[in-house]
Ligand binder design. Sequence first.
Ligand SMILES: [Fe+2]
Length: 364
Amino acid sequence: MFRVPTRVLIGPGCRFQIPEILSSMGAKRCLLLTDGGVRSTPWFSGVQSLCGPHDLDDSIAQNPKHRNVDRLGAQARTGRYDAVIGIGGGSVLDAAKAVAMLATNEGSIASFEGKNQFSNASLPFLAIPTTCGTGSEVTWVSVISVPEQSRKISVKGDGMFPAFAIVDAELIRTLPSSLIASTGMDAFTHAIEAVVGKPANPVSDALALEAMSLLLHHLALACDPEGPAESKEQVMLASTMAGMAFGNADVGAVHCLSESIGGLLDLPHGLLNTLLLTPVLRYQQSHIAEPLLRIAQSLEIPFDSFFDHLQAFVESLPLPSWSSLNVSPSSFDLLASNSESNGSNASNRMDMRAEDYLTILRGL
Ligand SMILES: [Fe+2]
């Protein structure tokens, strides 16, 4: 099965259709969620002014925390809102998606961990990405951190798809190059894991392969402040396409490990995926040779040197190294065990156990 029930608007300037979209959703009063960084951008007040009557909360943190989501969920249940709007990167969109679900379902976000554990469809949710990687604007999943348990939980369900997504590349004009690089590589990781995973299907493959091609050609240019505006548009497009792909297939071991590390150490998701991508795929290569061959052919990369090309692509981007993250070996056992417990671990073609993740971590 393939589905994207979210209505998606893509293109520079499409944010100006927000009033019509809210009107079509019957939204007269909204809860608008963002973070401090987005709120301080020069364009934010202009977008905010398109959102009609609303309450604004900018408290969403990187790797959004369950207590804040629960607090906002309680506010959403009593606030008589018609819709939730999320303006931000993956953390904001995941948190806002969770809040929209809690608006119609009494309980803590942790109590709904897993798939379809809630009864009522979410309040209509309008997702406006301001980075180029999350894909959250077109998926049913929300990933939330539970610091007390040093892990992240996934909450997903049929009723959690955003009602609308507005993908406007003009909103990443002010994004620092390092964030374009790391979030763009999150999108690349979504695409590649969608293809090499067990749940892949021909439609998700088509979206993922095209997304990878766009990112390969445009991501470095999009990171260049002097680069063409078109490259940022293509990267935004690729991010949403990759989101549609993994939302209908799944992610795999790279995300299992990056979510474990992000849950424990509060490090940026896209950066972790970037640094883990080559080592994890290389570890699994004998199990994913067939889809890797298709990817190499599609991207016109020699199969024999696929990983060299992949690593060269990663290293062409303005990002820090693994060693600079100072991930302590004393945490490896916990990280490996949490990776095996991740809900996406079963989507790997290779049977990945904690020992496998431990071997990868020790080799980084
Ligand atoms: Fe991701």
